[in-house]
Design a protein around this ligand. Structure first.
Ligand code: PHE
Length: 452
């Protein structure tokens, strides 16, 4: 087993946690979770989501890190190596390939939305949205996304920033950024929770009730699939990101301990984002089911009414931009590591090649809100919705299921034992989950969704 990766290493256990949390905490928590929960009835969705995090997500985070730290390479080569060492078919590396492909799809969509976020930094700072109410904030959002030119411009800028940081490498880029940005993001989130409690009055209770009252009659298998997909997406799971970050993790750090911290931080941020957004929805007579625009409509209203709102609002969107960047980098890092290993090309060149591919794919999503809004792909969904659906609800859970099966059934048990470094009982429990429970859960949800 190598104790270093050729791509660099996190300088400590804490830096691994911050980088992995930086990947996990992103638009998935602040932008996607509230709107998907809102569209699916709130409470029941949230409960299933939490269940998926605990039962499926958390064990697979550990599985990915186990593989990554053992292999110390890109997911494609790590899976090939571990298969060989365990005398299994190297066809398993196909899971790494699928993950790399999923990464492009996710990044392409992500970059477009992160572009919106950056545009909102400027709009907030300019005072454009000062005093916004539910009508004007909604109109401002629609007007912006229908302007193909500026959406494309912001998409381009975000992709350039992503390529730039990936080009700088593991230590100097990511580690430096997350060290300062993650604590700041937490601080601002807490401040906004406080704001939401103080200003929304009775709507605060309504918002909480919407998130936490479990109305099971609203729960369909399609919604369960969405909750499971969201659990994978928010934990950066099922496509090799955690495997790649695990490859850069120091040897001594505990995998269950660090994985738990990442999962807890990520879940906390999602719940806090919901606690901020839903009371604002109810206090302003909006509806929770407005789709991808939810965050872009509610937060400007909140900041628009608040003293110092211009400054805080700007700061908030800046921090969401950084949260997005610390995630977007981790989407092409698996492919980047592979191409560096494969070709020996220098990282900056590889980063640019990969970024350009994702940028081109992103054009489809950018145009879905304007010029191509009538173009339909999967079952009546537009391009953006199709990419989002395919990646989050199918490819990530499928990838995660295969990673769990690979870890549980294919890799030599002695490797898993050594990496997990838990008691024998703990090891058996972990193996039982990744062999049976997590894959079966994903399988059942797939089948039930297909059957309707
Ligand atoms: N976890 C990130 C978020 O919640 C998204 C992500 C998915 C990042 C897959 C990397 C890999 O925003």
């Amino acid at each position: 087993m190598a104790d270093q990766s050729i791509h660099g290493m996190w300088s400590s256990r804490l830096m691994f946690v911050l980088a992995a949390a930086g990947s996990a905490v992103g638009l998935g928590n602040i932008w996607r979770f509230p709107y998907v929960a809102g569209e699916n009835g709130g409470g029941a969705f949230v409960l299933v989501y939490l269940g998926c995090i605990a039962l499926i997500g958390f064990p697979i985070v550990m599985a990915e890190i186990v593989l990554g730290r053992e292999g110390r390479k890109s997911p494609i080569n790590t899976m090939a190596d571990l298969a060989k060492r365990s005398r299994r078919s190297t066809i398993w590396q196909a899971v790494g390939w699928m993950g790399a492909g999923t990464g492009f799809i996710i990044l392409s969509v992500y970059s477009v939305i992160a572009g919106w976020v950056m545009a909102y930094v400027i709009r907030m700072a300019s005072g454009d949205l000062a005093g916004a109410d539910s009508g004007s904030a909604g109109a401002a959002f629609d007007g912006f996304t229908q302007d193909a030119g500026s959406v494309l411009g912001w998409h381009t800028l975000f992709m350039i920033l992503t390529m730039f940081i990936v080009a700088r490498g593991v230590g100097r880029g990511i580690e430096f950024a997350v060290k300062y940005l993650m604590p700041a993001l937490f601080f601002l989130l807490l401040m906004l929770v406080g704001y939401s409690v103080v200003t929304t009055g009775p709507a605060f209770g309504e918002g909480l009730a919407f998130m936490f009252s479990f109305k099971f009659d609203q729960l369909t298998w399609a919604a369960v699939l969405l909750a499971m997909g969201q659990a994978f997406f928010t934990l950066s799971l099922g496509m090799g990101t955690m495997m790649t970050y695990g490859a850069y993790m120091p040897a001594g750090a505990s995998i269950p301990g660090t994985a738990a911290m990442v999962a807890i931080l990520d879940t906390t941020v999602a719940i806090l984002a919901g606690i901020i957004i839903f009371p604002l929805v109810f206090a302003n007579d909006l509806t929770g089911s407005t789709g991808p625009g939810l965050m872009f409509v509610t937060l400007p209203i909140a900041f628009g009414q608040m003293t110092g709102g211009q400054v805080f609002g700007t700061a908030f969107f800046v921090l969401v931009s950084f949260a997005a960047i610390t995630s977007s980098i981790s989407m092409i890092e698996p492919a980047c590591a592979w191409l560096v290993e494969k070709t020996g090309f220098r990282r900056p060149m590889v980063a640019v090649i990969l970024g350009v591919i994702a940028w081109v794919l992103g054009l489809g999503s950018a145009l879905s809100f304007n010029l191509w809004s009538d173009v339909q792909l999967l079952g009546g969904l537009n391009f953006f919705e199709s990419m989002d659906y395919l990646a989050n609800n199918i490819m990530l859970p499928l990838g995660g299921m295969l990673i769990a099966l690979f870890t549980g059934w294919m890799v030599d048990k002695s490797i898993v034992r050594q990496q997990m470094a838990v008691s024998e009982g703990g090891l058996l429990f972990f193996l039982w989950i990744v062999r049976v429970v997590a894959p079966a859960a994903v399988f059942v949800v797939f089948v039930m969704t297909l059957l309707g």
